[in-house]
Design a protein around this ligand. Sequence first.
Ligand SMILES: [Zn+2]
Ligand SMILES: [Zn+2]
Length: 392
Amino acid sequence: MDNQAIFDKANEVFEKVVGFRRHIHKNPELSFQEYNTSSFIKSILDEYKIEYRAIANTGVVATIGADRSKCIALRADIDALPILEETELDFASANEGVMHACGHDMHTSMLLGTAIILKSYEAELNGTVKLLFQPGEEVLPGGATMMIVEGVLENPKVDAIFGQHIFPDAKTGTISFCEGRAFASTNEIYITIHGKGSHAAQPHSGNDPILTAAHLIQHFQTLINKKRNPLEPGVLSITSINGGNTTNIFPEKVELKGTLRTYNEDWRQEMVKLIGETTNVIASLHNCTAEVNIVTGYSPIVNSPIETQKAKQIAINLLGDDYVYDYEPRLWAEDFAYYLQQVPGTFWLLGVQPHDKDFLPPLHNSKLIPEEKAMITGISMFVKTVFEYFKS
Ligand SMILES: [Zn+2]
Ligand SMILES: [Zn+2]
């Protein structure tokens, strides 16, 4: 298929895809509860006679193509976030307190649009395409590992996988790539400091968990500065602190939450150990005790160099030099990481910022309105990648 034919096809399905997107946007469902979203995806696949099976409870994997000599997987995530939407769109969330603020509505719709186009070229495909509609990207343990455990990368064996995420910082019509380390690993940190409550005027009769928490937070900044190789990116951020409710009483306890992010697995393990050990030391200095719970989050995304270069060349050929960029590695996290531990592939970012704007609210923001036209680029790139990959 030449570029013009791909764009023509993408434009042809665009109106339909916008319809899908608005329907999904209006009816968002939280991670692992995507029952209606899953039914909706299946209904579209049924309509176009595309084969599929249910996977990971609310996930769906569709298959197109009879030639089993090569297999390529394309992935979209389907879950929404616990955010109260403030866009005032006429297709804004009808499920109050839940919003597609991470663009997964667009990811899902683009993959459906891609499926419709590829189905119409099924006889010409020199390989099999698997379309992964993945549940639960936003919460641990993530739907990717569940899909992998349930065999999504087998039978036929997937040779390469590609995924895309909307990117509010880049203009509509652009795609950005990152070779190697792209997104970080995460650990969620939960700490409770138990002290002894007392009157604020009699601090000597209690053990103050608030002062302990203050020392602890500063100590974490020391850890990140002194126990990290300055050439290795990493953050240890405390993002929530809760304790006490009035002016004249020291509370019994303080709760802290935060995140640890890095690309380096060894340093990650070392930090998990250090956070636990030193929290207990600092708590005991203040005659308090600490409960530390560090939950292991996603692994880092490492994009395969060969697949990234290939995809980037495909994008340049399709969109032209001016629309293809490199993105800086960032400390975001995404469970696409787990597919990349099994098969080579790459995760690219799709610009969704209108050309007449110089700012869009970031991902996970209640006012985020990505430009729908970007879906033409996303669909075209998926289709082109499939054809080029099967050619080589
Ligand atoms: Zn997200
Ligand atoms: Zn996302």
